[in-house]
Design a protein around this ligand. Structure first.
Ligand code: C5P
Length: 229
């Protein structure tokens, strides 16, 4: 197993596939730790903009990633964590569309990815870890005993995001969201370093027409079959 005897479940996939929700539900249900790796990239992007470091300045961005004074404050393993940067709660900014855009810009750089790698691996602590991202199964936890790749059509993912934002009272256009999702997919899957793709041994689950409960049950079944729970 990855990281000694700590069981690690990796969940990768494109934006809006439902992997964040799935990872959170499973971590809560199992009482395992949760790594939201996208949040790290989002915080690097936000911190860069705040400090006036260019989103194409690889060296400057890597220095930020290396020294990021960030902590995730969860009340218990698997509970949603507040994102604290240098003592400030920036949870709301981190989930914004803007931060997602910054994240996908900084994530193309190898030096940034390398700087975040040790930090991500340190999340593998007993009793277990659910790691959510793009390269959890391919790069960060390549020895994880269960890797899931969750996907859904771009149209369905845009619809889900649209509903989420509407519920939050944000005024957005579905067409723009679909365009953003397609652009993000392209950037994530065509980048040279750690492109978004399923690990060769990943279980691919298409959630386009599958309710989240069913996806969750499927993954719990896979964990049991591997005697990870
Ligand atoms: O998952 P989330 O939407 O928070 O990720 C934001 C962006 O961060 C992604 O579009 C991707 O470019 C980048 N990312 C990454 N590798 C990860 C997690 C996120 O490149 N493991």
């Amino acid at each position: 197993m990855a990281q000694g005897s700590v069981p690690v479940l990796t969940i990768d996939g494109p934006s809006g596939s439902g992997k964040g929700t799935l990872a959170q539900r499973l971590a809560r249900q199992l009482g395992w730790h949760l790594l939201d790796s996208g949040a790290l990239y989002r915080v690097v992007g936000l911190a860069a903009v705040e400090q006036g470091v260019g989103l194409d300045d690889e060296t400057g961005l890597a220095a930020i990633a290396e020294h990021l004074p960030i902590c995730f404050a969860a009340s218990a393993p698997g509970e949603p964590a507040a994102v604290i940067l240098d003592g400030r709660d920036i949870s709301k900014d981190v989930r914004s569309e803007q931060a997602g855009y910054y994240a996908s810009r900084v994530a193309v750089f190898e030096a940034v990815r390398n700087a975040l790698q040790a930090r991500q691996r340190a999340f593998a602590q007993p009793p277990g870890l659910v790691a959510d991202g793009r390269d959890m199964g391919t790069e960060v936890f390549p020895d994880a005993p269960l890797k899931v790749y969750l996907t859904a059509s771009a149209e369905e993912r845009a619809q889900r995001r649209y509903k989420q934002l509407k519920n939050k009272g944000e005024n957005v256009s579905l067409a723009t969201l679909l365009e953003d999702i397609r652009a993000r997919d392209k950037r994530d899957s065509e980048r040279v370093v750690a492109p978004l793709r399923p690990a060769p041994d990943a279980h691919i689950i298409d959630s386009t027409v599958l309710p989240i409960d069913e996806v969750e049950q499927q993954v719990l079944g896979l964990l049991r079959a591997r005697r990870m729970i």
